[in-house]
Write a protein that binds this ligand. Structure first.
Ligand code: HEC
Length: 130
């Protein structure tokens, strides 16, 4: 698309109304899922703008499967689902979350997430599911 903004001797002329272009610029690029809600589709991996908290990561990535138990994922907040997993030890859960475990994809599909961010999300789920 050809830019509608033309600059002539330092003066800007813009086709269309200013309000239209402002609306275009401030419109959100994509919708993100709120913590606690399940998303219809797997969200794109969050852009790495600094480390994400475990809660944020859970809310954007892990919730896709762990909120409702997609593919039999242990559900967030369900102590019965988590007790046998917690019994394996936090280190095992970290390893499985980072490297993958059966239907649990490596890093929960967030390839751009650091190991520490994934650990934080595991900790958040474990702490919230006791
Ligand atoms: C595509 C769906 C999906 C996503 C997204 C996902 N998980 Fe999972 N997760 C699963 C499934 C399914 C299991 C159960 C695997 C099994 O026990 O066979 C699981 C299991 C786990 C376990 C338990 C592993 C064990 O040893 O019992 C942890 C911890 C975990 N996920 C962490 C996470 C974290 C952290 C995220 C987000 C960064 C995440 N998951 C995102 C599907 C998912």
């Amino acid at each position: 698309m050809v830019s509608s903004l033309v600059t002539v001797s330092g003066v800007s002329y813009s086709e269309g109304t200013a309000t239209d272009s402002v609306k275009e610029r401030i419109a959100p690029v994509g919708k993100s899922c709120m913590s606690g809600e399940s998303c219809a589709a797997a969200p794109a991996a969050p852009a790495s703008a600094g480390p994400k908290s475990g809660k944020d990561l859970y809310g954007t990535v892990c919730t896709t499967c762990h909120a409702t138990g997609v593919l039999n994922a242990p559900k967030f907040g369900n102590a019965g689902d988590w007790a046998p997993r917690i019994a394996k030890g936090l280190d095992t859960l970290y390893t499985h979350a980072i490297g993958g475990f059966n239907s649990m994809p490596p890093k929960g599909t967030c390839a751009s997430c650091s190991d520490d961010e994934i650990k934080g999300a595991v900790k958040y789920m474990v702490d919230g599911s006791k």
